[in-house]
Write a protein that binds this ligand. Sequence first.
Ligand SMILES: *Cc1c(COP(=O)(O)O)cnc(C)c1O
Length: 432
Amino acid sequence: MTMDPMSTIEKHESQVRSYVRSFPTVFEKARGSWMYDVDGNAYLDFFAGASVINYGHNHPELKKVLLEYLQGDNITHSLDMASVARAQFLDTFHRVILEPRGMDYKVQFPGPTGTNAVESALKIARKVTGREKIMSFTSAFHGMTLGSLSVTGNAFKRQGAGLPLTHSDSMPYCNYFGPEHDTIEYIERMLEDSGSGMDLPAAAIVETVQAEGGVNVAEWDWLQGLERLCRKYDMLLIVDDIQTGNGRCGKFFSFEEAGIKPDIITVSKSLSGYGLPLSLSLVKPEYDIWEPGEHNGTFRGFNPAMVTAGKAMELFWSDDRLENDIARRTRMMENFLKGLAAKYPEAQGSQRGRGMMQAIEFENEELAGKISQVAFRHKLIIETAGPSDQVLKLLPPLTTDDADLQKGLDIIEKSLVIAMQELGISKQAASE
Ligand SMILES: *Cc1c(COP(=O)(O)O)cnc(C)c1O
């Protein structure tokens, strides 16, 4: 290499770059739950590209179908013209995912990214109902384009818009005021009272677990309550399953155990299974009232991503092996975090999460960030979440074998001890 990669990136790339600052090394290769930098260090990945890499990096069987597809001069780009890959993906997704769950949805390819799916969901909800407002929730995250930002909670991200973000109303999420207050009751009061000052929204958009917002978990009965309100007030229910879906929270869709039937579902992140951009809006057939081309986008036909996505559905979702592995690994992670909170009371940590999206929140707002830094020195990639980054968020690939999972959990414990010492929280001796 004639240039130094990191200084080249620092010299030429915009200040907006962020993860490179948290994990300051130059990555070159990756396989399964491991990432490798140019100096030959191996990092255990407990971030999985924000849950894009649920099936591990460069899964050999996904890579095989991708290489065969490319090698055969099969079509890569086709806008939304018909292609064999597109038809095969639609057939597989219907057969493996939707049909066995009794789900009847039209599949829209809204553009390659998650925020494209959210924008299309908001547009269709407005078109269906003729109303303007969208109900969103405190600490929500739905993406960075203006419509998605308008239903996102984080003040720092919102202010980046540089203009007023309107046509949305933020309501308190599950347990926002603590477990003794039912926020569904509050929202219902606002909706039914003609003096509340709140316009009837076109839709409510919700994450079943607020991933970026700090791993806040909506209880099943709260989600059922929200669905009931949507039916009662004739609003569409949009579940943003971009980060929580694809098995992250235990099942393919994160809301399956709640028994709710969203009107629109957004899916992206791990959908292609390979880190290739692919995004869907699933729309109940009666709401699929688009005019042809009314919402479009150049990259709605990225065939290689459809090829790996179809293969990922066959590999991981045509039987219950992965689901069983996720359940077992979830218990490992939950028990570890509960044990950690009990073993180090001075850390004032509390566990929460669903499936393999697990987290521990600390009273001291610096602790999670410090643990992430120390863990990186010990070759574990782990991120923080929440409005003050006070939550340590565990997102290992779902396919991480139990031994590697334990290895990562051990690094977290060691890093907690060192981080507390560095922050002067504990006097306990720790060694690097
Ligand atoms: C990541 C994410 C998005 C946005 O996806 P992009 O591909 O970054 O546009 C939207 N909603 C949720 C819940 C997400 O986690």
